[in-house]
Write a protein that binds this ligand. Sequence first.
Ligand SMILES: Cc1cc2nc3c(=O)[nH]c(=O)nc-3n(C[C@H](O)[C@H](O)[C@H](O)COP(=O)(O)OP(=O)(O)OC[C@H]3O[C@@H](n4cnc5c(N)ncnc54)[C@H](O)[C@@H]3O)c2cc1C
Length: 648
Amino acid sequence: MGNFWGSSILLLFALAAISPHCVVSFQLYRREVFFHSTVTAQFTSAKQLSPFIAASPILLKAASADEKGDNDPVASDHSYDYDLAIIGGGPVGVQAAIVAAGRAKKRVVLIDAPRASGKLMNEETNEDLSIGGPTGLFSKALRDAAKRIKVPTLRGMGLREDSIWNEITSACVELASYSARDAKRQLEYVGVTLIDGYAKFEDSGGSHRLTVSHDDGTAATTTTTISADKVLIATGSRPFRPAHIPFDGVRVFESDSINGLNYLPKSVVITGSGIVAIEFAKIFSNLGCDDVTLLIRDDSPRRALMKIGLDRDIAATLVADLIRSGITIERGCEVGTIEVPSSSASAANNFAAPLTISLKARGGAHDRPQNFVQELKADAYIAAVGRLANTNRLNLEAAGVEVDEYGGILIDSCLKAKGPADGNVYGAGDVLGRPFLASTGVAQGVATVNNMFPSLPCLDDGIPDDASTSSGSPCIEKNDDGEPFGIEDDLLNNAAKCDPTTLAANPFAFPVGVWSSPEAAYYGLSMTQAKEMGIDAGEGIALYAECLRGLVFSPNGLLKLVFQKSTGRVVGVHICGEDACELIHYGMELVKTRRTIADVANCMYTAVTYHEMYRIAAQSCMDPKRARKSRAEAGKALAKRRRNTKKS
Ligand SMILES: Cc1cc2nc3c(=O)[nH]c(=O)nc-3n(C[C@H](O)[C@H](O)[C@H](O)COP(=O)(O)OP(=O)(O)OC[C@H]3O[C@@H](n4cnc5c(N)ncnc54)[C@H](O)[C@@H]3O)c2cc1C
């Protein structure tokens, strides 16, 4: 499974680099983003169709493909409109649709309501700029805009704040547009019918019938009904909004409404210790924000990151980077109250009146100690305190679908929703709950389609994969010898807590990429997990500053290999630093193909590449004493360089 964020963002920049003439012109009005392009022309000829699908150029292609017989459904039940209806056009829904329509040749309808999740929209053409993109697309776009646009330089040149912000937003919209159009092109290519609307199960319609409304489901203007043999719920998640926080989408945001930010704040306070909070802290710091404060409940930011699955040294590297970047971390606290000044104190007058944020001790039972910060002033506030499954308005009762206490869909080991008598409803992605990661969701989405249509042809030759059907369980991937695929079979058997079928808790199911800056990525086991599983494991570390490329271009970060002592096999790879989300895939192959640290230490790597860190880390596994000395030397040299840079 490729890394979703990596492929989409690189593709976008490759496109941007090679096609400067494709760039559309952007204009910003108030909070909304408008742009003009030729895309609107394609929409007009679909008017004879229903109001929902009339706006979809994709339907036109799908219909004509059917007429030509190109879209050849295998064993379709024609008593339904579609073989598969997918609710939700995030990365999970889109990837699942592409596999079901492209490889399984099913008649697939994808229903997406971008406005349901505060995603990026083109208000003028009503174009969804985020279809197929993750909920965090805006943060990725901002991150990359911050890399390209040097705000302090623009300020130094005397550019107005709103012009700088326009520059940043244009870069974000450009990136989102490329992503959305690429997703639509892929859907169109395989003949998926795309409907812009809000779907829910029809009252008394059982688990095969959906009502689709053209608005966000609150005051339906027009509705239509769709029937489908199978239904995949991929409606993602929404941010948790603590009741005492006065969210207004102008100065007080959560991780979705931040998409509507329409100015560049000079000071930001963010609550949260997960990847979303850390991402935004670094983004605003890189965008030239003078004052960024992170509020965390835990006393240790490193421990907080380890709780979400990061290796301890990777977590420490991220925290060290936050501190080096001048971001303040207030520990053991949470927000008491937020005072929002009147609307006249807006960005237009440089936030003459800031937000006043009072802090209280974790749990809120008592005040913070006297010598601790009690109150903060800031232009903007973001709460990144968790997410909830988006199931509250799907009318799941009509289909009999069961949910957990947080609204997450309950599934069996084949990702089939518990409850519906016909067993035809599935769930994948954020809608299942934790870990709320794109790669997890995409892996689940594809696995779901494999489970729905077990005779799915292989990618390479179109021959049905007998290995997966003959076992009677299409849920577990098998290799050519009919054995469970990869290293996980023997290792995971030791670990009751790992669930290899639902994928979420399986450390070997897919690489995890965190698009913070610096990036973090991992695959396989951490030392802690290995210990919990009773594996006698060791580790070896290479610093970015130990390889020439790292030393020159990006010295902050590390790569760690975890290996099984008895066999020398690499069982986990953890990286934090430049290109970590790319580098992880080589590490994944080492784990999957059961390579040993000796293999890696003896492998030749092209000079001058980051991959040389793999060799250095493997050598460090073999000779830890010498490696410690080498790291200490590299660390000293780096510190000296930083001192010299500061002086000059
Ligand atoms: C700020 C931020 C940063 C992140 N960073 C990372 C990262 O670095 N790495 C990582 O792996 N993950 C990251 N994530 C998580 C990642 O974005 C999600 O895991 C991923 O988007 C989930 O995909 P999904 O398809 O399940 O849901 P979503 O992307 O949420 O898509 C669901 C879609 O369903 C639509 N929908 C909802 N209800 C209905 C309905 N009733 N009818 C029709 N459509 C509906 C929504 O409008 C939306 O378009 C980040 C998330 C955020 C918010």
